[in-house]
Design a protein. Structure first.
Length: 505
């Protein structure tokens, strides 16, 4: 850990604009450089917010998109999944490219692609064009977000400042989902679903211009170190097949159907081929040394489980409010607003204090338990539920849990990475988040739909059948959070002393 801190300190000037780099006058006046770093953090978080918003802002507009472009129910899921697949599949490659050619360069290129693809989404007049543009959006989103955390940990080397910066980043990365529901409701209801994409144009352009001014150049290790395109293709294809298996044959034919088993088996083969590739490649996409630490490996597994449960909740929770309780898009966004408010307060003001006082493990496990409690509470919401009694408590539990857990999780995930692997570690933690989100959404949505169909066939009314399906999905999501607590308890114990030493360094 001390070597990581030293390398980060040595690399810090490279993350500042040229006019703020080393010089006697600047070293005697650290104030402007410090302010510049915080301004750069806000710009990076603005880029991250735009990316995260796009994942959930679409959820509220899905019914309008379905009617306008005549999507089937199964086809509609690909408006979300096309983005998640390319995003999650390319995060590792994007993070590694940041280490090789410079994180600032990758961030700006990704931001440009994401903004352009957003315009294409807004102009879409057919199903194929929208799904294709969403896939391009995912590529741009992967390039942008994969390097942000690596840029943050090299800019903020003092433990308390780093913990606070990661807390702000974690809030944006997590609470953006709830903000997206509100923004999606406002834009869809006031204008049309096209504007949930068009709004990215001015935000993307402004963020890019500011990033050019306040983020410093970093040279990277050089392309000679290798980027492993075959590895990226293998992991992307494995994820695509895994999500496809859950969304279509598993939902339509059953989990034991021949087509389901065939596609699922092929996805596992591709995943195994990716692992073999990483073991044998001269310049692997994900050097397995990164996973030798039980803490880093455990943190990423915790990320998969926890995000799978929480992301599915936003998607299915929005459907429960719309289809069962009859909320309009704006009301859905407002219903989830407390999640963002509570997360903002905890992540930006208190998460750093909790991590510095108790270490990262205790807040992480406590937060995950609160998230699980919120999901279990949602599993009891009835057909004629009321907001104050059945929805608000859920949002408060989720906001509190996520505001405490996710900043601590980011601290753990980045604690053992060296400066040269910071982009890779950043890409890895984002990859596991997107993998958990994509697969969790696919599984929970499929289980929910299957349960609702069974209840309809047995004579239940539509609202009761839908609610029963959502209940089962919420219970499974709560179980995922509990599994994350167990994994965290077992895997983070061995490296606890090292993490706390890094926090005190």
């Amino acid at each position: 850990m001390s070597e990581h801190c030293q390398s980060a300190v040595m690399a810090a000037p490279a993350s500042l604009p040229p006019r703020q780099q080393a010089g006697p006058a600047r070293r005697r006046r650290p104030g402007p450089a410090g302010r510049s770093r915080w301004i750069a953090l806000l710009v990076l978080c603005a880029g991250m917010l735009m990316i995260v918003l796009d994942v959930t802002i679409v959820n509220v507009a899905l019914p309008s998109i379905q009617v306008d472009l005549r999507f089937s129910q199964s086809g509609l899921a690909w408006v979300v999944n096309a983005y998640l697949i390319s995003f999650g599949g390319l995060l590792l490659l994007a993070g590694r490219l940041g280490d090789l050619i410079g994180r600032r360069r990758v961030f700006l290129a990704g931001l440009t692609l994401f903004t352009a693809a957003s315009v294409l989404c807004g102009l879409s007049g057919s199903q194929a064009m929208l799904v294709g543009a969403r896939f391009l959006q995912g590529i741009g989103g992967a390039m942008t977000s994969a390097v942000i955390l690596g840029m943050i940990v090299t800019m903020f080397t003092e433990p308390r400042e780093r913990a606070k910066a990661i807390g702000i980043y974690a809030f944006v990365a997590s609470a953006g989902g709830a903000v997206g529901l509100l923004a999606g409701g406002l834009l869809t209801q006031a204008l049309s679903w096209h504007w949930i994409f068009f709004v990215n144009l001015p935000v993307g352009v402004l963020t890019g211009l500011l990033a050019l001014r306040v983020t410093g150049r970093d040279a990277g290790l050089g392309l000679a170190a290798g980027a492993d395109l075959p590895g990226a293709l293998l992991i992307t294809a494995a994820m695509m097949l895994a999500v496809l298996t859950v969304v279509q044959p598993a939902a339509e034919l059953g989990w034991l159907a021949a087509r389901t088993l065939l596609l699922g088996g092929l996805a596992l083969v591709l995943l195994a081929a990716f692992v073999v590739r990483q073991l044998t490649a001269a310049h692997p996409l994900m050097p397995l040394r990164v996973l030798r630490s039980r803490t880093i490996a455990g943190a990423n597994l915790v990320q998969v489980l926890s995000v799978a449960g929480m992301f599915g909740m936003f998607f299915l929770g929005a459907l429960y409010l719309r289809r069962v309780l009859g909320y309009d898009p704006l009301q859905i966004g407002l219903a989830f607003l407390p999640v963002s408010v509570v997360m903002a307060t905890l992540s930006a003001r208190y998460s750093e204090r909790l991590v510095m006082r108790y270490g990262a493990k205790r807040p992480l496990l406590a937060g995950l338990l609160l998230i699980g409690a919120g999901l279990a509470t949602f599993a009891g919401a009835p057909v004629h539920g009321g907001y104050l009694l059945h929805v608000l408590p859920v949002t408060l539990l989720l906001g509190t849990g996520a505001g405490v857990a996710f900043p601590a999780l980011m601290t753990v995930a980045m604690a053992g990475s060296s400066e040269q692997d910071a982009g890779l570690a950043s890409g890895l933690i984002n990859t596991t988040a997107q993998a958990g989100g994509a697969l969790g959404l696919a599984v929970l949505a499929t289980v929910s739909a299957s349960r609702s169909s069974e209840l309809l066939a047995s004579g239940h009314r539509a609202a009761a059948a839908l609610t029963g399906g959502y209940h089962l999905a919420f219970w499974i999501a709560a179980g995922l959070e509990l599994a994350a607590v167990v994994v965290g308890s077992l895997t983070l114990r061995a490296d606890r002393a090292a993490i706390q030493a890094a926090e005190r360094a």
